[in-house]
Design a binder for this molecule. Structure first.
Ligand SMILES: Cc1cc2nc3c(=O)[nH]c(=O)nc-3n(C[C@H](O)[C@H](O)[C@H](O)COP(=O)(O)O)c2cc1C
Length: 224
């Protein structure tokens, strides 16, 4: 499965089957986690066969069930890190989708289980991402017109629109979609977070930038 197809197939999945992730898929995920950490300075870790994060305390009766595998998205504090968490986390989400796995970003409804991951000095856990075999593949979130999400003088080029369309399929916290892409000159793109009471707009921005690059083609433009 290509990444462009993975973007269309991915939806948040909150209920999982009791089926372990195969060793070869774990190896593929771990291999890419290592690359993401090296490129970003993050401390992303894959936790396997650990049911407590989603089944204890006040989250016990939440909308999640069967979650035993998840990515711990750890790294330093700061908005630059938050954007990187989004960008590299979504890279892993789409890799998981190409491997036939489902996923869900989770900012709130999980519990940190000490001893299941390691933290470096100054690291915080920004969020986690549930992974596994979903009981369903999830559903498409409501679509909004692309025009609401970009600014550009004159007619936008095809690649730019394809980038915006790919970004609109991305997960964002509470589906808030608080972002805008602005085309400057002919090939410079600014990605702007908009205000939200719910927060997570920098993480969302990293996520939608990763989708935009896939939709538009990374060699067609540069970020400013
Ligand atoms: C940063 C972030 C945090 C999220 N936190 C939660 C969460 O705590 N609980 C939850 O059920 N879904 C959470 N989600 C999933 C969103 O609700 C979901 O992505 C959005 O509704 C769009 O749906 P889709 O992912 O199926 O396209 C989160 C998503 C993101 C990007």
């Amino acid at each position: 499965m290509e990444l462009t197809e993975a973007i269309k197939a991915r939806h948040s999945v909150r209920k999982y089957a009791d089926k372990p992730i195969e060793t070869s898929k774990v190896a593929a995920l771990r291999g890419d986690i290592e690359k993401c950490n090296a490129a970003s300075g993050l401390n992303i870790q894959l936790v396997l066969d650990e049911p407590k994060a989603f089944s204890s305390g006040i989250w016990k009766y939440g909308q999640f069930s069967g979650v035993k595998n998840y990515l711990v998205m750890a790294g330093p504090k700061g908005w630059e890190t938050e954007e990187r968490i989004g960008y590299y986390g979504e890279r892993l989400v789409l890799l998981a989708q190409t491997l036939g796995l489902n996923s869900c970003w989770v900012g709130l409804t999980y519990k940190k289980i000490p001893g299941t991951y390691t933290m470096r000095e100054g690291d915080v856990v920004h969020c986690v991402i549930a992974l596994g075999y979903g009981l369903t593949s999830g559903i498409q979130h409501p679509r909004k017109p692309a025009e609401n999400f970009y600014e550009c003088e004159g007619v936008p080029p095809e690649w730019f629109l394809a980038g915006v369309e790919a970004a609109l399929l991305a997960p964002t916290a509470v589906n808030q979609q608080k972002f805008k892409f602005i085309l400057h000159e002919r090939d410079k793109v600014e990605a702007k977070p908009l205000f939200s009471m719910a927060g997570y707009t920098r993480t969302d921005l990293g996520i939608v930038k990763y989708h935009f690059e896939i939709g538009a083609g990374k060699d067609r433009f540069g970020w400013i």
